[in-house]
Each structure stands twice: as C-alpha cells, then as structure tokens.
Design a protein around this ligand. Structure first.
Ligand code: 13P
Ligand code: SF4
Length: 364
C-alpha cells in the first residue's frame, strides 16, 4: 500500500500554483469528486465549488450527491452531516481537520447528558422536553436528539422545527446557540422571560426548579463569536446615515441586532434576498466577512451597495482553515488513489443522528 502525499510540500506552494494544480486534479478526477462549499469559504477556495449553500441546502446536496468522494469545504460538523446522509460507499472529506466550529464545541455529550439528568430530577424530562440541536453541533449530540425523540434544526428552518418540537412535548431544550434559540422562540410568540439560559458550567444550569418548571425553552449558554461582533449601535449609525438603507442579519446575532434588522435569515437567505433586491438599494449585512465581501463585489455592477455590519474585521477563523494548499493536497491524494482526512461517524451514532436529521429534512 502506498502512503499519502505528505502535506508539508504543499505549505510552500503559492496560491497561484495551488489554483493550477487544483484545476488539473479536478480535471483528472472528473465525476469522482463533488466539491461542496459553504458561503463563508474564502474566494480562492469558493471559486472551485461545484455547489454552494447554507447548512440546510448543503445537507440536501450531500444526501443527493452521486460522486464517490464529497470534498467538503466548510467545517467539521458539516462534513459529518455529509457522511451521515450520503450512501455508505461514499466518502466525505474535510481538507483540514482543524476546521471546527467554536460554537459547536460549546456543547458536548457529557454536558448535555448531565443537563438531561439534572432536568430529570426536577420533572419528567422525557415527557416534558424535546431536545433540539442546531446543526452546528457534533454528531453525538445529533444522536442524542435522535435517541430522545428530538430533532436537528438549521438557521433556515428553526421556526418550523420548533413548532414540530412543541407538538411533541411542552418544552424545548435548545443547544448550543442561545441566540438562534431565543430569536426562534420570540418569533413563535414566547415571551423572553419564558426562555431561560442553561449554563452548563453551573449546577442545574444555574436555575431553580421553579424557573425550569416555568420555562418554555431552555437556551444552552453557547454563541458564535463571529456574530457577537455585530451590535445594535452599528445598525443605529447606519440608519442615521442612510435612512433608506436595509439591514439584514444572521439569526446567530444577538437578540437586539435581530430585532433591529429588517430581515433575519440563513446565509442562503441573505444571498438570495440581496441578489433579488432592486438596483440602487443599500444593505448593511450582519454575517461573516467572506460572504459579505463576495456579495459586495457581485452587486456593484447592479449599483447595489453592500456593507459589512461590524467596524472590526471578523472572519470565521475555522472556515478559513480550508485554503488552496489543503484543497490541492486533498485532491492530488485522490488522484494518487489516497483518501486523506475522511470523516467517518461511527455507525451506531450515525444511525441515531440520521434519525434526527431525517425528521428535520421531512419537515423543512
Ligand atoms: P447557515 O446555515 O445559515 O449557512 O449558517 C451556518 C453557520 O455556521 C453560520 O455561522
Ligand atoms: Fe461556527 Fe460561528 Fe464559524 Fe459559523 S461563523 S462556523 S457558527 S464559529
């Protein structure tokens, strides 16, 4: 058996050299490989995408893919979903295993199981709570939801998923993003005081039994650091300067930002909404910089102005890990008959996680 091409040699390649080698490898691989790209990917990677989308769209695309190899230019949980939803003979590959999601890491199975146990000391947890995990979570948390009558949601379907969850049981345990959970609950008409934050580092989440009994939604104390950079004062300054400007934000932003925005939705929603807007409109966008920069460039010929919401540069550093060097390395290994960085979810976990993902796909 031959050994994989080592990565070291790729470190010193220029982006231009990588680009040529990526194109050559793709040409050789043909339909053997499909390249799925999240909207936050950097331009020098995004240009090679076969298909792009938000987490929901990419999940569906992975489930429908025909190629034996799915190279996922995104983060770890997305490649796990591709592995779970694709056929057993297909392989999902993440070009750099360090491309994680810091929000996903804010919840883990041990902490969620402890939370479930502690809730069980207060009430009949299996009858009272539907666990809902944001797709930005590890596969074992999706499996937890699969095993406990729960479900997965994304930023584009959280409302309908929450309605489904409430049709099963009176309360929701939502993890790991408190902001998406709060915005979703608010849109369903749940008062803020009926949504309590569960702090996994405190005993019983830092809540009293009375608070747990009253709550309709328990919001895991997790967040996306990128989206916390956007603040309501950025929106206020924009509106003062451009009274006709339109504000659009991702639901991982804090509640004040979502409430002050004209539109709130997933990355795919943001892209589609701005592309469909009339020429001459001006937009303030609260999501990751690579996406906003790309849109700004694409919309300029139509005389649409697209501005980034924060005053500091905030990119998703883990999405950035997928660079032309790692992509060239991954593809040239495939040409050489070697699979590097396959993402393989253990079968039992994958089966339970698929249960929760299939429930989501059936609803959205
Ligand atoms: P989308 O599903 O809206 O693309 O969001 C994924 C994500 O990680 C946003 O930070
Ligand atoms: Fe995770 Fe935030 Fe990056 Fe999205 S932007 S992948 S939530 S760290």
């Amino acid at each position: 058996m031959t050994t994989p091409l080592p990565f070291d040699a790729y470190n010193s390649l220029s982006d231009a050299e990588c680009e040529a080698r990526i194109r050559a490898a793709r040409h050789q691989l043909g339909k053997e490989v499909v390249l799925l790209c999240h909207h936050y990917q950097r331009a020098d990677v995004y240009q090679h995408a076969d298909l792009t989308g938000d987490s929901l769209k990419l999940s569906r695309l992975a489930a429908q893919a025909d190629s034996p190899y799915i190279v996922f230019c995104g983060v770890h949980f997305m490649a796990e979903v591709a592995d779970i939803l694709s056929r057993p003979e297909q392989t999902a590959i993440l070009p750099d295993l360090a491309a994680g999601c810091s929000m996903a890491d804010m919840a883990n199975l041990a902490k969620v199981e402890r939370c479930w146990r502690e809730l069980g000391e207060v009430l009949d947890v299996e009858r009272e709570f539907t666990p809902v995990t944001y797709i930005n979570s590890a596969a074992d948390l999706k499996a937890f939801c699969g095993a406990h009558g729960g479900i997965v949601c994304t930023s584009s379907n959280a409302g309908s998923i929450a309605r489904w969850a409430f049709a099963q049981r009176p309360k929701i345990l939502f993890f790991p993003d408190q902001h998406l959970g709060r915005w979703t609950g608010h849109n369903l008409g749940i008062p803020l005081e009926d949504m309590q934050v569960w702090d996994p580092d405190l005993e019983c989440g830092g809540l009293t039994p009375a608070q747990i009994e009253k709550a309709k939604i328990l919001l895991w104390k997790g967040h996306c650091s990128v989206h916390q950079m956007f603040q309501k004062r950025h929106i206020d300054a924009f509106r003062a300067r451009y009274p006709d400007g339109i504000v659009i934000a991702h639901p991982e932003c804090n509640f004040e930002v979502c409430a002050a925005s004209d539109h709130v939705g997933s990355t795919e929603f943001i892209v589609k909404t701005i592309k469909a807007a009339p020429p001459g409109t001006r937009w303030l966008v609260g999501t990751e910089l690579n996406l906003v920069d790309r849109l700004a460039r694409e919309m300029l010929p139509q005389n649409k102005i697209v501005q980034f919401m924060a005053t500091t540069i905030c990119m998703c550093s883990t999405m950035q890990r997928i660079d032309p060097q790692h992509l060239a390395w991954t593809l040239e290994n495939l040409v050489a008959g070697q699979v590097v960085n396959p993402i393989v979810v253990p079968p039992h976990e994958a089966e339970l996680a698929k249960r929760a993902l299939d429930r989501m796909l059936a609803i959205s």
